[in-house]
Design a protein around this ligand. Sequence first.
Ligand code: SF4
Length: 463
Amino acid sequence: MAHGTAPSDIKSEIKRQLKERRNPPPFKTNTRKAVKARDIRYNEWSDFEERREHVVARRQDALDHLSEIHEQLSAKWKENGVIVHHAANSAIANDTILKIIRDKGADTILKSKSMLSEEIGINDYLEQHGVEPVETDLGEYIVQLRHEVPSHITMPGMHLDRNDVGQLFHEKLGIEYTNDPPTLTQVARRVLREKFLAAKVGMVGVNFAVAQTGHIATVTNEGNGRLVSSLPKTVIAVMGYERVTQSLDDLAMLWQLLARSATGQRATVYLNLMHGPAPGPTGPDEVHIVVVNNGRRALNDDPELREVLRCIRCGACLNACPIYQQVGGHPYGGTYPGPIGIVLTPALKGLNNAPDHPFASTLCGACEEICPVSIPLPKMMLELRKRSVESRAAPDLEKPVWFGFQKVMESQKAYEIASNTARFVQYNWPGKNPMPIPGWTDHRDAPQFAKKPFRDLFKDKDG
Ligand code: SF4
């Protein structure tokens, strides 16, 4: 299985992507469509802001009581016959999952879509140990066949079009080339259906676990989550430590916000509620849940960043982000692209592993505005930038530059000398692009000085 880029490569990857991108990039149109669809659905609610405030309060309350909620959940799961595993990190989660699969004598595992499973790198791990993971969400299946990682949280194959998929299926599945979406979907359906019927073990992601009842909720649009959790006799659910709700009422509200924000639907096609084992022809004999921490508990103790754990992975902030629209999801590296990724990746993995992430934003605020759980992402990016600057061990070139800027701005004389010099250089610079500024004029024009400064015009006017 191929791999995404490392989070630390974001700068060079963005540069490469900008050079190589198709014109127009396929994801550009799609994200705008997704934002429009989301807006139409939200405009149906005259009380949208009140609903959002309610959900924010409930989600934050859950995060404020995470330990108690997990105690309640563990008791419920035990009562419901679910086997609970807690994993402090990816390595423990992967070992736990592999052990369950081996105990069942399986060499294949069927998966429904799960960003957490991407985060812990389970596919690579299982392949290294002789187990074949098979993605069953169509987009995930496509990117898996291409040996890629998803480029979007909810639309994994957003960087591809129907021709790419036709070519892929022709090469990998041996069918005659076609770019007809219904035909391609039927081909994937046929291939996956055989795997569904033969699988001993299935793995689902968890959108939310409900403390009141112990239900494990999974939302999908293709029904694959339901097949993965009902046909195999053993089901493993993988869940991030923060993905909890207190009640079914909270779940209902979150579900609606998730669907409207992600795809502009009033509700997803499927909401699967798994209660526990259900021996019989259409239910598993054994249900395991692996609760993964991977830095979440520590993040919940960080007063400046903990609100990011409210995220429900709808992907709306990606769709609204001008940077994501230009570069797509792969240059971010790691698991989570876009505005949520540039906060969550350094917050979970440490700034040293994703040092440039907080800077991959214009701070325009579109992500916060569209976020259904009002996460103040720009504020967090600024906080991470501050921490990044403060933690730099090497001599920092930015410091003398900003010191010089401060001195120039504090003195009228110095300001006039500096601006007159810059104006002279700009108007006398040879070539098409006056005064190139590294990293700035590669992609846009330099700001143009007025021929005559305002202060001179003002003086002339006064005579
Ligand atoms: S940060 Fe908000 S908009 Fe972005 S994925 Fe999370 S919930 Fe959705």
